[in-house]
Design a protein around this ligand. Structure first.
Ligand SMILES: Cc1cc2nc3c(=O)[nH]c(=O)nc-3n(C[C@H](O)[C@H](O)[C@H](O)COP(=O)(O)OP(=O)(O)OC[C@H]3O[C@@H](n4cnc5c(N)ncnc54)[C@H](O)[C@@H]3O)c2cc1C
Length: 407
């Protein structure tokens, strides 16, 4: 019987593993950490899932956090221009953010309880050939660092010279929720953006503050601060940044309650977005397939990486269930099927994280006046292909604005 090996127990590895055990296919997931270890670690991200991903979770039987209780409805936009622009886009169905230190261990337990095999061990490039002999197909879903280099940069997109943003994220208490409950997307032109996300964590509701800082700008201090050495100074600096750059979030802060929810609830870093080759052939003639961040690493400015990783897992799962000849044709089928969405998410994320072109600013101006266009943009967080259909060129943006005005 076909057996599948998956390296990595992130969202993409787990969604694929769960789909396959649901279909009765034997699967082993290799993870360097157990669920308990993962739960005790530092945060690595602040992930929101959109409705299309939540639908997939329902189909996989892992929707443990119903959107009626844990979800949110809106994107609250703020542009810190001399005359600030403020507007709100609404989703047609709710999105939801759950701390991955809760989400991933829960799905790891689901996977094991349903007959999947979880082996706690890291896998290096040197292990791949031996491991490929144990399985009919080996899928690398080990995130943006491990194994990624192995696949090499895809010729389908030019490499980026470096990170588009430098990131600092923390889970905070003492910030009242937006009304209606939603994510704030606030721009401080020239300095960066703040994504404020209502998140379910260990002690219930917290607010994730993801500072997307422009390299070379004054807000880089958020990324370079040695937080463990000076937590109180850091807290004061975050408050100062909110006050000066992101006043609508600051207005909802209760300073007496404001603090990191737990000591490990903070991380800093940067990485260069990269689109890698879909697969690679090993010396023994077998192929390894890249999936999730190992294939496509995105700046999180529009929250697409995990949603894209989950989509990619479904394409891989569906293709495995249809065709168990894991040869070059199989690899090319997967690559072709997921390409449009994965690349649209890549292009859109890079556009939003880079210096804003004139046509993006035009769209922002139009959305501030046109609720239908704004709601379409908001709902398209579920549909990166449709979003890129609007954003890909100045002509497309102009056409989308004209279309919306004519409606
Ligand atoms: C600050 C921040 C905020 C984000 N916000 C969003 C958001 O709102 N929405 C969104 O969609 N995306 C978001 N993302 C992106 C999202 O976190 C990733 O795209 C997603 O987690 C990728 O999933 P994955 O399964 O490919 O990899 P990961 O989630 O990175 O999982 C990889 C797994 O592989 C394991 N692993 C690593 N090395 C090895 C090895 N050698 N052997 C075996 N296993 C290994 C790791 O332990 C891990 O469990 C955000 C990212 C960041 C940094």
């Amino acid at each position: 019987m076909t057996t599948i090996g998956i390296v990595g127990a992130g969202i993409s590895g787990l969604h694929l593993g769960l789909q396959l055990v649901q279909a009765g296919v034997p699967v082993t997931i290799y993870s360097p950490q157990s669920g308990d270890e993962l739960a005790k670690g530092r945060i690595q991200n602040s992930v929101a899932h959109h409705a299309v991903t939540i639908d997939r979770e329902r189909r996989l039987g892992v929707d443990h956090w119903p959107v009626e209780q844990y979800g949110y409805d809106s994107h609250h936009h703020y542009f810190g221009l001399p005359e600030p622009i403020v507007f709100r886009g609404d989703f047609q169905q709710r999105s939801r953010a759950v701390d991955y230190r809760i989400y991933l261990p829960t799905l790891m337990a689901d996977f094991e309880n349903r007959g999947g095999r979880l082996e706690v061990r890291p896998v290096d490039v040197a292990d791949l050939e031996a491991l490929s002999e144990h399985h009919d197909l080996l899928v690398a879903a080990a995130g943006k660092y491990s194994l990624g280099e192995f696949f090499g940069h895809s010729p389908r997109r030019d490499p980026l010279p470096g990170p588009l943003r430098r990131l600092e994220v923390g889970f905070w208490t003492g910030i009242a929720e937006n009304d209606p409950k939603g994510v704030s997307i606030a721009a401080s032109p020239g300095h960066g953006d703040l994504l404020e996300i209502p998140m379910h964590s260990f002690d219930g509701h917290v607010t994730a503050l993801l500072f997307e800082n422009v390299p070379g700008g004054e807000l880089e201090r958020l990324v370079d601060w040695k937080v463990d050495e000076d937590p109180e100074g850091f807290r004061s600096f975050v408050l100062d940044v909110l006050r000066r750059h992101y006043p609508l979030t600051y207005a909802r802060v209760d300073e007496s309650e404001f603090g990191l929810a737990r000591p490990g609830d903070q991380m800093q870093g940067q990485f260069t977005p990269v689109l890698r080759n879909d697969f690679k052939q090993l010396g023994n003639g077998r192929y390894v397939l890249a999936m999730g961040d190992a294939h496509s690493t995105l700046d999180p400015i529009v929250g697409q990486g995990a949603n894209s990783a989950s989509y990619s897992a479904q394409v891989v799962g569906d293709t495995i269930l249809e065709d168990q000849s894991f040869d070059l044709r199989f690899m090319e089928k997967v690559a072709l099927r997921r390409r449009e969405r994965v690349e649209a998410a890549w292009d859109w994320s890079n556009l939003m994280a880079g210096p804003p072109p004139q046509h993006l600013l035009q769209l922002v101006g139009a959305m501030a006046q046109d609720q239908a266009l704004l709601d379409e943009f908001t709902w398209n967080f579920n549909f990166p292909v449709a979003q890129w259909d609007i954003l890909a060129t100045p002509e497309r943006v102009a056409a989308a604005i004209a279309r919306s005005q004519a409606r």
